[in-house]
Design a protein around this ligand. Structure first.
Ligand SMILES: [Mg+2]
Length: 310
C-alpha cells in the first residue's frame, strides 16, 4: 500500500514556503528564522477512544487529529508551520480498503492544513490488524520569549475564555475550529498574556492545570461561563442552569482557550473584543491555591475540577 499512497500524497500535498524539503527523502528540512522559537507538539488519536471510525468516517478523524495539534499550538500563542502525520491503518478489510481510508483521512485534514497555512511535511504510513491510529506532530513558531506557558498566571489576573463551553460530544469534538487565528491576533496586538491553555479535557480541569503550573488558585463566577447551545439543550427544564453549567465546566473537547491576563489588559480586551468570537471573563486568579466558585450572593464555595482524565 505504501508506494501508491506515497505517489498520491505527492500529488495532493501542495508545496509550502517554510518547507525546503518535504515528503520523499529520509527527513524533512524546514526553514527557520533566528528571531523565532520552534514549538513542537504531538498527539495520538485512536479509533474507539478519540473517535469512532465507523460513525464519523476517516476524513473527520483525520481532520480532528490535525485540529487537536493546531489547538495546542494556539494555546502556546504559536503560528503553525508544518505537521507530520503518521498513521497505522487496519488491513482487516484488505489493502484496497486500507488505501481508501488513508486517502480519506488526508482528504479530511488537508483543507484544515491549508486554512491555517500548515504544511504537511512528512510522516509514516503503516498497516496492521489493529484499529486506525493517527499520530500527528505539529511544528509552530513564536517570536523568542513570546510563547504562552501554563505557568505564568498571577493572582489578580483575569480568567478570559474564547467561545462557548459544553456539549461538544454532539458535533464540536469532531468539527471544532482550533483557535489559531485568535491566538495570532492577540499576539499581533502584543497582548500581555501571562498564561494559556486549550480546553481539551474540561474547563474546570484545564483551569486547574494552569493553577497548578502557576502556583496559584482561581475563582469562577459560574453564571459568567459562556455556555454553548448544545450544553443548554442538554437540560430538559428551561431553568436547569446547574446542569447546563456542569456540562460547561466538565465536558471537555471544547478546544477553546483559557487565558490569564492582567486586569488592565483584560478590561481593554473585553471592551474592544478584537476577535471574531467573544472573549469572556469568567473569574480571576487568586493567591490561595485551588478552585473556588463565587455565587451571585457573594458566597464562596470550593469547586471540584472535573473533566476527562486520561
Ligand atoms: Mg493542550
Amino acid at each position: 500500500m505504501e508506494l501508491p499512497f506515497l505517489h498520491w500524497l505527492r500529488e495532493n500535498i501542495p508545496p509550502a514556503p517554510n518547507v525546503a524539503l518535504g515528503i520523499g527523502d529520509d527527513a524533512a528540512l524546514l526553514n527557520q528564522q533566528s528571531s523565532q522559537q520552534t514549538v513542537v507538539t504531538s498527539d495520538m488519536l485512536m479509533d474507539g477512544t478519540d473517535f469512532i471510525l465507523q460513525d464519523c468516517g476517516a476524513a473527520a478523524a483525520g481532520r480532528k487529529a490535525l485540529a487537536v495539534n493546531l489547538s495546542d499550538l494556539a494555546a502556546m500563542g504559536a503560528k503553525p508551520v508544518a505537521a507530520f502525520v503518521s498513521i497505522a491503518v487496519s488491513k482487516r478489510f484488505g489493502e484496497e480498503a486500507a488505501l481508501t481510508v488513508a486517502k480519506q483521512l488526508f482528504a479530511g485534514l488537508l483543507p484544515l492544513a491549508a486554512e491555517f497555512e500548515c504544511a504537511i511535511a512528512g510522516g509514516d504510513t503503516n498497516s496492521w490488524n489493529g484499529p486506525l491510529v493517527i499520530s500527528v506532530t505539529a511544528i509552530g513558531e513564536v517570536p523568542v520569549g513570546r510563547a504562552w506557558l501554563r505557568s505564568g498566571a498571577q493572582p489578580g489576573d483575569a480568567i478570559l475564555v474564547t467561545g462557548t463551553f459544553g456539549g461538544s460530544i454532539k458535533w464540536k469534538h469532531l468539527d471544532f475550529t482550533p483557535r489559531v487565528r485568535e491566538a495570532l491576533r492577540l499576539q499581533s496586538l502584543a497582548t500581555e498574556v501571562h498564561a494559556a491553555i486549550d480546553v481539551s479535557d474540561g474547563l474546570s480541569l484545564d483551569l486547574s492545570r494552569i493553577c497548578a503550573a502557576s502556583g496559584c488558585g482561581a475563582r469562577v463566577e459560574l453564571e459568567r461561563i459562556p455556555l454553548s447551545l448544545e450544553a443548554v439543550e442538554y437540560c430538559k427544564n428551561e431553568d436547569d442552569f446547574a446542569a447546563a453549567t456542569e456540562h460547561g465546566l466538565s465536558d471537555g473537547e471544547d478546544f477553546e482557550l483559557i487565558l490569564a491576563v492582567p486586569p488592565h489588559e483584560a478590561e481593554r480586551l473585553l471592551r474592544d473584543q478584537p476577535l471574531d468570537i467573544p472573549l469572556t471573563q469568567i473569574g480571576w486568579f487568586t493567591a490561595e491555591p485551588g478552585l473556588t466558585q463565587q455565587l451571585p450572593s457573594g458566597e464562596v464555595l470550593p469547586l471540584q475540577p472535573r473533566g476527562y482524565e486520561h
